[in-house]
Design a protein around this ligand. Structure first.
Ligand SMILES: NC(=O)c1ccc[n+]([C@@H]2O[C@H](COP(=O)([O-])OP(=O)(O)OC[C@H]3O[C@@H](n4cnc5c(N)ncnc54)[C@H](O)[C@@H]3O)[C@@H](O)[C@H]2O)c1
Length: 313
């Protein structure tokens, strides 16, 4: 199947207008596309327009042009009509996604790629009832997609390699950093890494080693700073000095192995939940989560700009 020339793409459908859909909409609008957003909840139209406006006013003195390219519809069929690409960002429920993707697949011409933002569902599972399963890919962003470059791309057992290649090229064209994964695993790569760190973060709190805020401090003022520049492997390669990873493994490998043996596997009981919720509320004090999100996004944009201007690799 020949998918559209990238230069011919003009309209993108964003299906599901929550946290992720609204952020994808900002990115696509900022890149000059017409964006049709669909969500069964009519209140999401105001949410998306307000979100798009609040982000775009910081980037352009006149967001009116971008806003004029944004349309909203409660009907998914209406939104995907004439779309050159669909980014699905509906709730993470497999039956809902399967039904929604089948509705999109039924009306969208076969030569258009559909990407799902799913954080953990497999493409192979989601594509089982599609007429054209070969055009479904995963396009898993990192929140917020209009700022964080990473998007994980993978197909299911029935996805065509051309659809994956098209999605990778398209995401690269719009300034994302697509990573084509080799194998489907629950949670993909980046979320599994986050889950691994969070698991031990919770364990440390439960064991009374540090509070919720102190564990966060350990990341913010320590490894988190390096992780913005390079991953865990290269960080340790540099930690090995002139001998690199070989020296690091020889020197610290046995110790790290004993730490691995001691890591926890917490269960999210009611008591653990309470500990984490109270810990977060204590950490933010009288700041609102919305206030912090806005400030985080402002600073994140600066970090991304800095790293992109002087890439270390
Ligand atoms: N929140 C994150 O950090 C994050 C990060 C990466 C990927 N994701 C993935 O993105 C997807 C969306 O997550 P979210 O956090 O934006 O969820 P959300 O709950 O904020 O938004 C989901 C939206 O989908 C709408 N919706 C419900 N039924 C629908 C339907 N039939 N058709 C279209 N829209 C429908 C809801 O009204 C809501 O506005 C999920 O698959 C999630 O795994 C989330």
């Amino acid at each position: 199947m020949a998918y559209p020339e990238l230069s011919a793409v003009t309209k993108i459908a964003v299906v599901g207008a929550g946290t992720i859909g609204a952020s994808w909409a900002v990115l696509f609008l900022a890149r000059g596309y017409h964006v049709a957003v669909s969500d069964p909840d009519p209140a999401r139209e105001t949410f998306v327009r307000d979100f798009v406006t609040s982000v775009l006013v910081q980037r352009t003195p006149s967001p009116a042009d971008a806003l004029s390219r944004l349309e909203f519809s409660a009907s998914v069929e209406a939104a995907v009509e004439g779309a050159d690409f669909v980014q699905e960002s509906a709730p993470e429920r497999s039956a809902l996604k399967r039904d929604l993707l089948a509705r999109i697949d039924a009306v969208l011409p076969a030569d258009r790629v559909i990407a799902s933002s799913s954080s953990g569902l497999s493409v192979s599972g989601m594509q089982s009832s599609l007429r054209h399963p070969e055009r479904l890919v995963l396009g898993h962003p990192f929140n917020p997609p209009h700022i964080i470059p990473l998007v994980e791309v993978i197909g299911g057992t029935r996805t065509a390699p051309e659809a994956i290649a098209w999605a990778v090229d398209f995401y690269r064209l719009i300034g994302k950093h697509p990573l084509h994964l080799k194998k489907e695993v629950p949670g993909h790569v980046a979320n599994r890494l986050q889950a691994a760190v969070w698991r031990e973060a919770i364990h440390l709190v439960m064991e009374g080693v540090a509070t919720v805020a102190e564990v966060d401090e350990a990341v913010r003022f320590g490894p988190g700073l390096r992780w913005a520049l390079m991953g865990p492997h290269l960080t340790f390669h540099l930690g090995g000095g002139a001998g690199g990873m070989a020296s690091f493994i020889e020197h610290l490998g046995p110790a790290v192995q004993t730490w691995w043996d001691d890591l926890g596997s917490p269960i999210l009981t009611e008591e653990t939940r309470r500990l984490l919720i109270d810990g977060c509320l204590a950490e933010i004090g009288d700041r609102s989560a919305e206030d912090l999100r806005r400030e985080r996004d402002r600073l994140l944009s600066q970090i991304v700009a800095l790293v992109e201007a002087s890439p270390i690799l």
